[in-house]
Design a protein around this ligand. Sequence first.
Ligand SMILES: [Zn+2]
Length: 605
Amino acid sequence: MSSGRKPRARSLTLTLLALFLLYAPHSFAQTPEPIRYTVSFPAPHTHYVEIEASYPTEGRPSIELMMAVWTPGSYLIREYERHVEALTAADPGRSPLAVEKTRKNRWRVATKGASTVWVRYRVYAHEMSVRTNWVDDEFALINGAPTFITLVESPSRRRHDVRVVLPRAWTRSLSGLTAGLGENTYTAPDYDTLVDSPIVAGSPSVYEFSVAGKPHYLVNFRERAVWNGPQAARDLAKVAEAIAQFWGTVPFDRFYFLNIVGSAKNGLEHRNSAVLNIPLDATSSREGYLDWLNLASHEYFHAWNGKRLRPAELGPFDYENEVYTRALWFVEGITEYYADLFLVRAGVATRDEYLDALSEQIRSLQTTPGRLEQSAEAASYDAWIKFYRTDENSSNTSISYYVKGAVIGFLLDASIRRLTAGSKSLDDVVHAMFAKFSTERGFSGEDIRASVADAVGAAKGREMRAWLARVLETTAEFDYADALAWFGLRMTSPGGTPRAYLGVATRTENGKAIVAGIRRGSPAADAGVSLLDEIAAINGEPVPEGRFAERLTRFSPGAKVTLTITRNGAARSIDVVLAADPRHGWQLSPGPGAQSPHLDTWLAQ
Ligand SMILES: [Zn+2]
């Protein structure tokens, strides 16, 4: 209903009365009673979070409860229910109620006519990642999916309220959730919002800054002296401002970067927050710091691309089963392309640092044999069984949709600019898609293709569709020539000669060099080296502990070497001709002569 159709003559009072009569009883009936959780940490050093929850029964003889088995944004069935312990139920008078497990992640509680069922349980929380829980005596990271057991019911707007009880030594909790009435209380309008809003608690360092007039918070846990929090907040503010200006609209009231220092690099996006995991020494090297800025930029960009502009399949979610999409190359890869681009556009990275980052994406794609086995759309679809379930053979059979998607972003951007003589770019495509598809519906694969075709106009649209079909649906090698020519770039080799290449990854086990991975098509693969072989000697000279890779650098590409291998207790010799390291080259740099204005436009936009 649009306001333009309202009868003008009707008085405001009458209109309000009519609206009340029309909608009020309906909306009262539609508002279900909330589920209420109390979250506490009575012994945080034991890594447990305790939950007490109340569920309205609405007169049913039994209620069915469910814990999610995966977290949106991270495509693997994680069986969170395995960390649930000591689940009991009671009526409001504290009389026990019978609980029956009905599935790996479901519980049925007989209500005995009670209007509310109380359930207590505890969750083991000692997995440091962006999608699991962590509790220690210093802080807690509580994610929705692995923590909150909810009612099994068709998607509803049932409120989920949370009260966090802090250990005495902790100062505060923070979350993207709307604050409730009391201290450390929160309210989510529905289960999806609860899952999408991690809660952290402890005594973090908090840096507030404003982006497009909205408060943003960098929340650092384990900051210690090594992490330069104020500098990180200043640079992050510049990146966030550039991204917010790019989209032209900020679809949230405030934003939290929940940054946990001292863990492997990873991030997870939410509608008004992001969890970041980063190694402790990330600010002690320029490379590590740029890595962190890239991570924060990526997750922040997701607040638009991924959380709001999204494939139709990605929301509302089925939290108990896999959800398949062929568009993770767009959700993750295009986000990754812009994550690096906005570091240079915001002025926190140099042009050369940007070209290094893009070169690394291209190098990673072009030296991964799996690019010839898996298309960008197939990689997206099989994320559940490939990307999140890697083994020693993964690089031979699969390609990361982050990496391939980011390179597609670069080539797609260049194509649109070239075909429109610089009047349009990928920026226009994502803006148009955000305007069209960031509401309830989401986009389809065809919507992406049509949006790109629209940007270049009818005459060139057919060409772009054919190009997209090739890069998205097939494993054909990418052609960089047109993109390089448009931006005035060249693909050069860094100085020096390529290193010798065997094509194995090794690990040291009891002082021995053990083959842990073999690249398809490499000299090692062709010569007959096998997984778990021990490489005991090269040209008869024993390999000292941990020195295999270094020993290999003594040789040049083309050298013939004899490896002494021990396989299943028996020694044998394998002759191998070493190749040139395929990672050599794939380095972008500005071409000779006057710098291309297209390069400046692209990086400054
Ligand atoms: Zn992402």
